[in-house]
Design a binder for this molecule. Structure first.
Ligand code: GAP
Length: 445
């Protein structure tokens, strides 16, 4: 038996992520770039797995949602139509003494500057647009400006007609997309929580006006169920409804799903009732028809939209935070264990021969080769078995398989479970199926 000891802190997560190759500071050899992070060998697997989990949930398991992958750079009129050129800004103030810049809503204007300590020397708040821009082609002029998208959603809206005309979707239906988004954020502390470059997993669900409230409730429910399925502890999730002063320029109503991160409750995902704001604005700015014709009722209308918008990289921080545990074992040792759901764990099965000699290592290698077809595997033959288990616990590998002399005799192996540390003997012929069943039935204790 083991007991949980300490609460996870951001410092512990950052340190584990660096030590085990999940996340590194961007351009670290040059002193790093604020607000930018790189995903290492285990981090990229974890991130890909979270993305695939979301994609499967949204597209494969909903028969009325199709996928899309739009370009990051879009026609600049897109961002005028969407309201981002005029409205997507934070109010900022500068310290007149040291020139440090802060978000006006996050600083007391009468107090001392947190950087230089000089009191009450802030400029008036000014709006600062969060979109990154660059110039397309050889000439740097206002006519050639292009933006890096600050949300993936607009790629979906501008393709609404294309999807309706080229696939067999009928309202109500959704379009899902995962991709990079960019925001020139001023406050980027808290590791990968808020970064300049991040990934979003967004889905726009098109409904008949008047049906939007019902679908809003439906998606709130679906999205909480999704986090439960991903194994996130229920008491770490809650809803927060936006007050009138919090609503984005496109939203009629909005709920955040918040997660209890190491720094406290923070937004993880937004569920927005966007009305026909985006499609109507694109119709106006592009002069293209954005209506939908219901071929049964012959009604024609501009659909309303319910959006679910989750950060992928922020979800990785959630998964890491929720998984982390330090346990005090009976023998006095402490083990750090990441309780990842097996479907997102970077390594699913570690294969560990108890000894190298007498053909045991070769046998282990051949078992690992077989398992590779279906699972992310890792082979490790170095060091004491207890240490090898700890290494796998720390990267969240749910199943360890040990191969020993008995394997040669009776073709069985030991499977050891990460969470309970229990072990059982399983015939090699049943191993792949056994792991499949364990993944399907997985519940965190
Ligand atoms: N299309 C709607 C939209 O973009 P948002 O609330 O601005 O809504 C949605 O962003 C989600 O994207 C957030 O809940 C968060 O998970 C993620 N996100 C937003 N800004 C981010 C940033 N700077 N770094 C990491 N994730 C971010």
């Amino acid at each position: 038996m083991a007991e949980a000891t300490t609460e996870v802190t951001m410092d512990k997560l950052v340190s584990l992520c660096k030590r085990r190759g999940f996340v590194y500071q961007s351009s670290e050899i040059y002193g790093g770039l604020t607000g930018a992070w790189d995903y290492g060998p285990l981090g990229v697997e974890l991130k890909n797995n979270v993305e695939h989990f979301w994609w499967k949930e949204m597209t494969q398991l909903h028969d009325n949602i199709v996928g899309l992958d739009a370009a990051i750079m879009m026609h600049p009129r897109t961002w005028e139509a969407s309201g981002h050129v005029d409205n997507f800004s934070d109010p900022l103030v500068d310290c007149k003494n040291c020139k440090s810049r802060f978000r006006a809503d996050q600083i007391d204007l009468e107090a001392a500057c947190p950087v230089c300590g000089v009191k009450g020397e802030f400029t008036e708040p000014r709006d600062f647009n969060l979109m990154f821009s660059t110039y397309m082609g050889a000439v740097k002029s206002e006519d050639n400006i292009v933006y890096l998208r600050p949300e993936t959603a607009q790629g979906i809206f501008v393709n609404f007609k294309n999807v309706v005309q080229t696939s067999r979707v009928r309202i109500p239906f959704g379009i899902a997309q995962v991709g990079k988004a960019f925001r020139n954020e001023i406050t980027t502390k808290n590791f990968i929580f808020r970064t300049l470059e991040f990934e979003q997993m967004e889905m726009q669900f098109f409904v008949k006006p008047g049906d939007d409230q019902e679908w809003f409730e439906y998606w709130k429910n679906e999205r909480i169920n999704y986090y439960n399925k991903l194994g996130i502890r229920k008491d770490k999730l809650r809803f927060h409804q936006h007050g009138p002063d919090e609503l984005a320029h496109y939203a009629k109503d909005a709920f955040d799903i918040e997660f209890y991160f190491p720094m406290g409750w923070q937004e993880l995902e937004g569920i927005h009732s966007r009305t026909d704001f985006d499609l109507a604005r694109h119709a106006e700015f592009s002069r293209k028809d954005m209506t939908y014709l219901d071929d049964q009722t012959r009604e024609r209308y501009v659909p309303y939209v319910i959006e679910t918008s989750a950060g992928l990289t922020r979800s990785v921080l959630m998964v890491l935070s929720d998984a982390y545990e330090e346990q005090q074992l009976e023998d006095g040792e402490t083990r750090t264990v990441m309780h990842f759901h097996p479907l997102v764990a970077p390594v699913t099965v570690a294969v560990l021969p108890l000894v190298k000699k007498d053909g045991i290592a070769d046998l282990a290698k051949s078992i690992e080769k077989e398992l590779r077809e279906d699972y992310a595997t890792f082979y490790d033959q170095s060091g004491a078995i207890g240490r090898r288990y700890r290494r796998q616990d720390e990267i969240g590998t749910p199943f360890c398989i040990t191969i020993d002399y008995d394997t040669k005799e009776d073709n069985t192996v030991t499977i050891r479970y990460r969470d309970s540390m229990k072990q059982e003997r399983v015939p090699v012929s049943e191993l792949a199926q056994k792991i499949r069943t364990e993944i399907k039935n997985y519940r965190r204790d």
